[in-house]
Design a protein around this ligand. Structure first.
Ligand code: HEM
Length: 409
């Protein structure tokens, strides 16, 4: 058995196009659009020899692999490492990286914590915070969207909703970012992430303990499941931590990318201003258009076939959600951002049993921010060229200086 990039190098059929590319190259991570186009063009799957993986970017095949948890498991890791043959840098997630029946048990508890009822209680607080933040930014005029809005908003509402009583913005945002970088190959991004991890973990561990959490938050519901015997105390603590690892950096990215879409498409922003009820579809379209989680892996648990292509058992498959969400065969004029497209079925939140359990939190946060922007901001102008931050699994901005002008009416 030969291992490459910490997984089994299976014998890939010579019929599958070989593509000598590094999908984790920093330039591709910053500007993935040409890579997405080429990946779809080359076929339903390509063989990338340097990592001994298959990669897919057409909508149908990506959806099939990503959603079929029996043939394409997550429990062997959603990054390049196959937990069956190589150790994980940390304990695998007990929700993202497990299969039923265990998955059903942990997922049920998280879903209960993030229930529509729990969310409806937070809606007003989200709107109030978004309005205050956008008022302040309009008054400042010029600012950097990444720290001042995309990070500032989720960090000020979400950890508190979990029950955290202290906020350390860098620890909270970087906790997600380093976990996502760790999913990639042994490159500079992953090394930096593995170095950063031990610096952040003690803070996260301390603030996610039962006794550290304020009552009434998502965390309390999760610990109540431990009291009821549904989970162990350790499992409850892990689930609370997974809310923070999966729920901060992702929404920071989603909100930043949505503002980038509006700033880049003034005509679409005008439509949103005319009808602020488009805030939610405008966010959904920004997710489709920019895919904050650009790619995650699956591992084939059996010999199987997808889209007429034979896939051997044990193969690691890079599911490029960013490419699938821009597939013209699925989304006519996919290369355009349209606030009123309503892209039902996009893959930015995943699909199937692992589909994002926090999607309603993300939507509620983004809707609050985009509604505030639509009602208060006249125009969004770039002050300088936006800069993207390479990450092995996330497509996020590093900085984006803009000017908000006051809306007249
Ligand atoms: C724009 C924001 C977000 C994006 C783009 C996003 C994206 C995703 C994606 C693509 C998956 C599927 C992973 C897979 O199938 O392997 C996922 C799962 C997950 N997300 Fe999110 N997410 C976002 C926000 C959130 C938030 C706010 C939370 C927590 C409140 C959260 C918690 C989770 C968890 C726990 C899972 C694992 C679910 C499971 O395996 O059953 N996410 N997310």
């Amino acid at each position: 058995m030969q291992l490459v990039a910490d997984h089994i190098a299976t014998k890939i059929s010579a019929d599958i196009p070989v593509w000598d590319i590094d999908p984790y190259d920093a330039e591709i991570l910053r500007n993935p659009a040409p890579y997405y186009v080429e990946l779809r063009k080359r076929g339903p799957f390509v063989h990338i020899p340097r990592y001994a993986i298959l990669a897919c970017g057409r909508f149908n095949e990506t959806r099939e692999v990503f959603s079929d948890w029996q043939r394409f498991v997550s429990s062997r890791g959603v990054g390049l490492t196959d937990f069956q043959v190589a150790p994980s840098w940390r304990k695998p997630s007990i929700v993202l990286e497990v299969e039923p029946p265990y998955h059903t048990r942990t997922r049920t508890v998280i879903s209960r914590a993030l229930s529509p009822r729990a969310m409806s209680v937070l809606k007003d607080a989200f709107a109030e915070r978004a309005n205050a933040l956008v008022d302040d930014l309009v008054e400042r005029g010029e600012f950097d969207v990444v720290p001042d809005l995309a990070e500032a908003f989720p960090v000020s509402v979400f950890p508190a909703a979990v029950g955290l009583q202290e906020i350390d913005t860098r620890a909270l945002v970087d906790f997600g970012a380093f976990g996502f970088n760790a999913l990639g190959p042994d490159n500079a991004l992953r090394s930096a992430a593995l170095e950063r991890g031990p610096q952040i973990m003690p803070w996260i561990m301390k603030h996610c303990k039962r006794e550290a959490l304020a009552p009434g938050g998502f965390g309390e519901t999760i610990y109540a499941a431990a009291d009821a015997g549904e989970l162990t105390e350790d499992e409850a603590a892990m689930l609370v931590r997974s809310l923070l690892s999966a729920g901060v950096d992702t929404t920071v990215t989603g909100i930043g990318n949505a503002v980038w879409c509006l700033a880049s498409n003034p005509g679409e922003f005008e439509k949103l201003k005319r009808d602020p009820k488009l805030a939610r579809p405008a966010f959904e379209e920004a997710l489709r258009y920019t895919s904050p989680v650009h790619s995650f892996c699956r591992t084939a648990s059996v010999d199987t076939t997808v889209g007429g292509v034979d896939i051997p058992q044990d193969t690691k498959i890079l599911c490029v959600l960013g490419a699938a969400n821009l597939d013209e065969d699925q989304w006519p004029e996919a290369r355009y951002y349209k606030v009123d497209r309503r892209p039902v079925g996009h893959l930015a939140f995943g699909v199937g049993i692992h589909g994002c359990v926090g999607q309603n939190v993300a939507r509620a946060e983004a809707e609050a921010v985009l509604t505030a922007i639509a009602s208060k901001v006249g125009s969004i102008e770039f002050v300088s060229e936006p800069v993207w931050r390479p990450n092995n699994a996330i497509h996020a901005l590093d900085s984006m200086r803009v000017r908000f002008t006051l809306r007249n009416s």
